[in-house]
Design a protein. Structure first.
Length: 334
């Protein structure tokens, strides 16, 4: 099994503050994530000024009347900021990643040397966007929140028709309610996508807690994406559905353990660590009391006790009725 790629989604949880952005990078590195991911967009190219906020954005904002446009404008990262964050990631030894939400942002990310594009759920049905991604990035991670299987297949076909290689596509099951109710996760859909299209699959999580991404890895996810924040009580659209640093670290640790647990051969056989226990924990056929040579072995004078190493209790029927070939004391293995 290949290593699961863990993307720590900082997103817009920096609240437009460079120091918070760097602290998020520190937290992602400390947690052991493979990537720390931000969001790259030009508000004017992504959102109309009349666009309303989603309910979760309203609930998690201090200014309830603020438009989605005004909210996002405050969360933009400049080109200079991107360069500074990339340098900081290099210093810290963690990979920088970002999602581009418009054509200009995609080309900017390409100019920075990114070879993987993350298609956010909102662009699943954006034909020109999908074409641009396919033509400019060799590897693509496609989120599918709010989509049905036909829409997922259509997006996959656009990528394939525009030059993306099948093996370079990873599709993430996702639900875009922040936070996602457990009963809406529908985690089996992740594997349904994989079976339908034969692609690598993963999971982008917006539930509270760490259980679901861990379960996704056990079911075969190759990529996990999870929002995190410095403090869930900070104002902003995504903080409430994000992990705090200690939780992110716990999630990464659990995923690495699950990787080991599901990486075996699949054949049922004793593991190297447990072979030494067989003779101790298993049992053998032994004398239940003193038995003289020539005496017939019966269910009354033999029994089964630890340790193993003698005649297996599975051969009980073969032993009963035989004559003792020597004298036995109580507990002697037959």
């Amino acid at each position: 099994m290949e290593k699961v790629i863990i993307i720590a989604e900082a997103g817009v949880n920096h609240n437009g503050d460079m120091e918070k952005a760097k602290q998020l990078i520190d937290a992602a590195k400390e947690a052991g994530a493979d990537y720390v991911k931000f969001q790259t967009f030009k508000t004017e190219l992504s959102v109309s000024k009349s666009a309303k906020k989603a309910n979760y954005q309203i609930e998690n904002s201090r200014d309830k009347a603020e438009s989605q446009f005004d909210m996002l404008k405050k969360l933009e990262l400049s080109e200079e900021t991107h360069l500074e964050l990339i340098r900081y990631c290099e210093q810290k030894g963690i990979k920088f990643f970002s999602t581009g939400f418009d054509a200009d942002s995609l080309l900017f990310l390409k100019s920075l040397g990114l070879e993987v594009a993350k298609v956010p759920s909102g662009e699943l049905v954006n034909l020109p966007y999908l074409r641009m991604v396919a033509k400019n990035f060799p590897q693509i991670i496609l989120s599918t929140g709010m989509g049905n299987m036909e829409e997922v297949k259509a997006a996959y076909n656009v990528l394939m028709e525009n030059g993306t290689e099948h093996n370079n596509i990873t599709i993430l099951h996702c639900n875009t309610e922040y936070p996602t109710p457990m009963e809406d996760v529908n985690l089996k859909a992740m594997n349904a996508i994989g079976e339908e299209l034969g692609v690598k699959v993963g999971y982008s999580d917006h539930t509270l807690g760490i259980e679901v991404p861990i379960a996704a890895v056990a079911l075969g996810a190759t990529v996990i994406e999870k929002h995190f924040t410095l403090d869930r009580n900070l104002p902003g659209p995504d903080h409430r559905a994000s992990l705090e640093p200690a939780e992110l670290k716990a999630m990464v640790s659990a995923i690495r353990n699950i990787e080991k647990a599901v990486s075996g051969s699949g054949y049922k056989e004793p593991s190297p660590s447990e072979k030494k226990n067989r003779a101790i924990v298993r049992k053998s056929i032994v004398a239940a009391k003193e038995i003289k040579k020539g005496e017939i072995l019966t269910e009354k004078n033999i029994t089964i006790k630890r340790p193993g190493g003698g005649i297996s209790p599975m051969k009980w029927d073969e032993v009963v009725g035989k004559r003792a070939e020597r004298d036995y004391n109580t507990d002697d293995q037959i």
